[in-house]
Design a protein. Sequence first.
Length: 290
Amino acid sequence: MSQTAIRIRELTKTYGNHRAVDGLDLDVHAGEVFALLGPNGAGKTTTVEILEGFRDRDGGEVSVLGTDPHGATRAWRDRIGIVLQTSGGLDLLTPREILRSTAKGYRASRDVDEVLEATGLTAKADDRISGLSGGQRRRMDVALGIVGRPELLFLDEPTTGFDPQARRDFWELIRGLAHDGTTILLTTHYLDEAEHLADRVGVIAGGRLLALDTPAALGGRQSQEATVSWEEGGTRQNVRTATPTTEVASLAARFGGEVPELTVTRPSLEDTYLGLIAPHVTDERQEVPA
Ligand SMILES: Nc1ncnc2c1ncn2[C@@H]1O[C@H](COP(=O)(O)OP(=O)(O)OP(=O)(O)O)[C@@H](O)[C@H]1O
């Protein structure tokens, strides 16, 4: 396999007179988990659907597993897995039945019992889909996305509607797939999800890439000042500093021991993300022309 799973150059897509993707350049490396972040209407789904071969582009070059997805073959499609935002139909069948018949369409499919186990659906394997909860149906979507043993998995907002435990279980599943070498392109609005899962994140707004880095380093997070905060005289004191250890040491000396309600924080990924996209969105989520 090539070292670059997805290569995007100067990608454009226009709906009417609205440019949804506006000259996007991006590489996703083979074997990494890449999270695409951005506000509603940023162009994430449009981009991902072009990569999946479901939408045509207006301009630019796209290569997915070495192939242009426009007019891609069945053999190429066998190598990718897709988990879309919504699912439906097949209510009268069971997860086991659906997975068995889907698995037959692939040359090197995963064992169905293994997929049921990995997605936490073993107990529901023989129940009708109509009897599954929203979160369980979402797991079923994921099960369908991985049963073909894809080299590259697209996950579009995979944990929407999951309870906290289900989200943690799902993260474990994704980490396991990544560990086994599956390349994963994830779109999500949950910054904690991106932080837990992604090797790198790309932030897009107005169809353009605003930032690209590891979650820890995005937007210069590592070098941003920390906030040291404590209680004193009945009020909360806050100091922003590049040397929080020195600040805490001097507070400890001044208080002669424990500093009341002491916290040291750095900007979260969410803080950094919101700062990055702020110039590009209004309250109505309309993009401001650059
Ligand atoms: N089929 C379409 N026809 C016309 N406009 C569209 C179509 N699909 C998307 N758009 C517009 O293109 C822009 C990008 O939409 P897209 O769905 O790619 O955004 P997104 O980043 O996935 O948003 P969300 O986070 O809400 O899913 C939006 O302004 C949207 O209204």
